[in-house]
Design a protein around this ligand. Structure first.
Ligand code: CO8
Length: 260
């Protein structure tokens, strides 16, 4: 479950995945990317985990981007393979049944912000700086940024951020609609735990279905999205959790969900 580049810790049903390459501000080289993929797959399979949190090791960075030193001499073919691998991870996070929260504890630049954007939502420390500086290096975001950012904040704001390469403070990123909440650095972990545990107390098949409906709906016409929603809604009436949730409400007691 653990290797040098990715540290995994499971506390009270919450799986913390920490990208651990602090000397390079957790930059994503090919080995980190491969380890990240397998750690995400392990957490998705692990029955002890209800919610996943992605964060960065050290005081300074969430992830300062793709590894520029590795990319500097890449051929075009290798660059395509690298971007496609990153995009596969993003697609995987979107398809995971478990909610994935980004706890952005410092710099989230380039591929780092793109990784955070692939998560279901972002909580950030006041110290965080978020941006897509790829054009300052003569390239563009290749880890989903040109697709996910405009879908999140609209094309015009996304163009401003991507064309300028400027970094936003955590507070600005909240005002732009990129970050949900900002906390003092020392409170970030506790606040992320609080929301993750609030989610984990719910019917987790329902939470997974809500994620599926939202993610699929964004890639469909509204009409098809509504059909997807009603189909998932109906399927939930085959679960024990639906019976438990509604019976508990009627009996005025707390629901005990089993994820079945
Ligand atoms: N790649 C490789 N090494 C990095 C990176 C990076 N992205 N960021 C920082 N480092 C290294 C530095 O080179 C330095 O190493 P060394 O001590 O050996 O010189 C160490 O981390 C510490 O960094 P700094 O000394 O620069 O620290 P500062 O506090 O002075 O500056 C900054 C911090 C502002 C974050 C600065 O390091 C910086 O600008 N980093 C680069 C940010 C960037 O441009 N990111 C975008 C990269 S391109 C990208 O992400 C495209 C991804 C596309 C696909 C990915 C698919 C998986």
């Amino acid at each position: 479950m653990e290797n040098d580049y990715i540290l995994v810790e499971i506390t009270d049903g919450i799986g913390w995945l920490k990208i651990n390459r602090p000397d390079s501000l957790n930059a994503l080289n090919s080995e980190v990317v491969a380890s990240l993929e397998s750690a995400l797959r392990d957490l998705e399979q692990n029955a002890a985990v209800k919610v996943v949190v992605v964060t960065g090791a050290g005081e300074k960075a969430f992830v300062a981007g793709g590894d520029i030193k590795e990319m500097a001499d890449m051929t075009s073919l290798a660059a395509r393979a690298y971007a496609r691998k990153g995009q596969e991870i993003i697609a995987y996070i979107e398809k995971m049944h478990k909610p994935v929260i980004a706890a952005v504890n410092g710099y989230a630049l380039g591929g780092g912000l793109e990784l955070a954007l692939a998560c279901d939502f972002i909580y950030a420390s006041e110290k965080a700086k978020l941006g897509l500086p790829e054009v300052t290096l003569g390239v563009i975001p290749g880890f989903g940024g040109t697709q996910n950012l405009p879908r999140l904040i609209g094309p015009n704001k996304a163009k401003e951020l991507i064309f300028s390469g400027k970094a936003l403070s955590a507070q600005q990123a909240k005002e732009w609609g990129i970050v949900n909440e900002v906390f003092p650095a020392e409170e970030l972990r506790a606040k992320v735990m609080e929301i993750a545990q609030a989610i984990a107390r719910n019917g987790m098949i329902a939470v997974a279905s809500a994620k599926e409906s939202i993610v699929n709906g964004l890639n469909m016409t509204k009409d098809n999205g509504l059909r997807c929603e009603s189909s998932l809604f109906a399927t939930l009436f085959t679960t024990e959790d639906q019976r438990e949730g509604m019976q508990a409400f009627v009996a005025k007691r707390k629901a005990e969900f089993k994820g079945k």
